[in-house]
Design a protein. Sequence first.
Lengths: 548, 113
Amino acid sequence: MSTLVIAPLLVALCTAILTLLARPSLRLQQGVSLLGAAAYLGAVAALFGRVVGGGETLAYQVGNWVAPFGIALVGDALSLFMLGLAALVSLGALAYAVLYVDDYGQRLTFHPLYHFMMVGVSGSFLTGDVFNLFVWFEVMLMSSYVLVLFYGGREHTRAALNYVVLNLLGSAVMLVAIGGLYATTGTLNMADLARRLADPAAYGVNVLPVLGLAAVLFSVFALKAGIVPFQFWVPAAYRAAPAPVTAMLAGVVKKVGVYAIVRLYFTVFAAASLPTALSFPGLAGDSTLAFFGPVLFLMATASIVLGGVGAVGRDDLDSVLAFSSISQVGFIVLPLAVAATVPAVRVLGVAAGLVYAFNHGLAKSLLFLVAGTVRESVGSTEFADLGGIAGRSPLLSATFFVGALSLIGVPPLSGFFGKFLVFDVAARAFATSATGAVATLAVALLGAVLTIAYYTRAWNAAFWGEPSTRVREFLGDDRSVVPDGGQSTAENALTLGGMVAILVGFTVAIVAFGIGFDAVYGAAEAAARAAVDTGGYVDAVAPAEVIE
Amino acid sequence: MTQFVLAAVLGLLFAFGTFLVLRRDVVRVVWGVTIISQAANVYLVTMGGLEGLAPIGHGHGGGGPAVTDPLVQALVLTAIVIGFGTSALALVLTYRLYQEHGTIDVYELGGSQ
């Protein structure tokens, strides 16, 4: 038992409350907010050292109530991998937001909401209780509703309504699934759930309804992660939210859905064996994962194709990035599908998905922030208004170039290894002559080609070529490193310069994680091992036996 | 007997909520969502079993008839509070939508860019 597990949660919660108290002074509020995000990174780093460095899984029983009666918070390598990504992206996006969001908006609600969202994200990553997961989802969503609605204009209200109604329905469906799970298994603690599912006869659990309820729950996580066919809210919500919030939604909040899929399906539900009557022909194993493998594969394929084709056809930078985000989530889920189907590559498959999620979190956040900077300096992200930014603002363009190359998968950027591992997993599955390995390779290849197509198009339309009239008007002629924002006041130039500096920071991180990929892969592999190690998870939480 | 009545009521609530969510009027959509989340709450209560006394009726030191599972009721209280907050937000949002677009018809909203 260790109280260090709740450190990230407490830091985020205290920061949120302090930023509420610091509202009279904008500078103080910004300082507290940034300091809080840095402290959050510190808390996660300390926990990361204990868990991944020390190789132990820490469990914290809230109020000292023994699991499964109380709520358990569990810090294992998987949780810490996701927390690390969240801490990195959130600090960068927050620093950007201080410059990007107007002073009135920041003073009004931005900082508390941002940190409450981080509270929800941290709680979702740490909790070891299914109902508690629902509560953290709601904490996270409640803040994100208001952040999507932040500008309160025509398009924003409409996008936010879609987002709110969909997620409210998702919450109701999640409640139904959780209630059903409780009724059939008699527990909500994830470790206890896994233990009961592993030995259903001893606990009087009927596995068949659990499989159905797990599928219902899956649709909710897919909605959060924006996987086809639950992707339709993504483009409108991403366009409506302020750029740093979009960076967080795409970089971190989406990954909460991915995390929930990995945690619940690979750690918990994987413990259950399918009744033999349900086993699918041609698939190895009778684990519940064998049922979800084909489902994951179909959804990943649909996401990659639909997102990719959608992105190729869009005419503004924000929409291209939003559709690209759907496509890239497909790339995260694709290795998970292989891992679920082929037990031989399970650890590698989960690790590949996590590495891809990490890279996508960094690179897509960077690209959304670049789009925000373009909007701030040129006043539009429509391709019709853009063109030739590279000649006017080389540094800004270079950050977009690196981010796009990372998602395309060019060495030595961190994205190369993400793509490489996806192909590696598919190839290894092919070597074990698993069903669908060829299809997986084909889908990954098609997705890679589509990625190249839409980023090339975006680069050509917005950054390459002759400067458009609007770019000529708003960006200086003198090839200045810093876009001067039209009015070329000193303060304006300083703000945009600061934004570009943060973008460069993201770029450096992408290059650094690519060069020092060994460390990232080490953490991802530890996370994947923790994800598939149901026994270790149960032992760490050590739920008490319930006397019926 | 109670089970069948509750099952029928739950089915009706979910059906009615779904019907409202599919309407063109945004206010009805919000009502529909609210009804569906309330139906989910009622469903949660039934998941703890319908037999037994109210949990507060249990005597100290054991003995007496069994009580129903109090956990689901704790869950439902949490879910009600969350649902209350989100419903309020959805209603305020509906009003903002009307202010911004001058309509709450989903079809007209879809057409106005």
